[in-house]
Design a protein around this ligand. Structure first.
Ligand code: 5GP
Ligand code: MG
Length: 185
């Protein structure tokens, strides 16, 4: 038991379940990407844990980049506007981009990033997300690779935060309402 576990109401996916799912995703992606010299672009910070695991589960010849965008700040609802706060460091003309995301929620972030990479001359942009929350979608966007489809609950762990904390939990769970300060949002 770590000191953060007491804040968790319930575990949605255990460390073992996540590892098994990522192994299967990696094999599926290997078949699709083995001749594509893909560039995996992780969206900071939430996807940093998933990125480390998915690139090792998918043994293609590839390179990796990181991009940071402003999204939720410290709240639990989206502002809608997306801004790049750290950009990738190379020319992507003609490249097959695979965006690695923690969770596809409203779709604002990935809709923006897909357009952004296409504008910069990518040959293709596909999306790999560990979690998909389709009930909250406001933009017409779907992922090419999905780990788990989740209900409309705010989740933390395995890279995902609440107020920048809980990213290092090895599992994905839902916080107790009192952790948000009475459960009001
Ligand atoms: P979107 O732009 O699709 O609305 O949201 C994408 C970002 O919102 C994700 O990268 C993630 O940082 C944040 N987000 C959306 N839902 C959740 C959630 O349930 N838990 C956490 N921790 N972050 C979320
Ligand atoms: Mg995020």
């Amino acid at each position: 038991m770590g000191m953060m576990d007491q804040d968790i109401l319930k575990v949605l996916y255990t460390e073992k379940q996540i590892a098994a799912r990522i192994e299967a995703m990696g094999m599926e992606m290997y078949d699709a990407l083995k001749d594509k010299d893909p560039l995996f672009v992780s969206v900071l910070r939430g996807a940093f844990v998933f990125m480390a695991d998915i690139v090792r589960a998918c043994q293609v010849r590839c390179d990796v980049e990181f991009i940071a965008v402003s999204s939720y700040g410290n709240a639990t609802s989206s502002s809608g506007a997306v801004k790049i706060t750290h950009d990738i460091q190379q020319d992507i003309t003609g490249r097959n981009i695979v965006v690695i995301e923690d969770i596809l929620d409203s779709g604002n972030t990935l809709h923006f990033l897909k357009q952004y990479f296409m504008t910069k001359g990518a040959a293709s942009v596909s999306i790999c997300t560990l979690l998909d929350k389709p009930s909250r979608r406001t933009k017409a966007i779907t992922a090419d690779y999905i780990g788990f489809t989740v209900p409309d609950e705010f989740v933390v762990g395995y890279g995902l935060d609440y107020c920048q904390k809980y990213r290092n939990l090895p599992y994905i769970g839902v916080l107790k309402p009192e952790v948000y300060g009475g459960g009001e949002e």
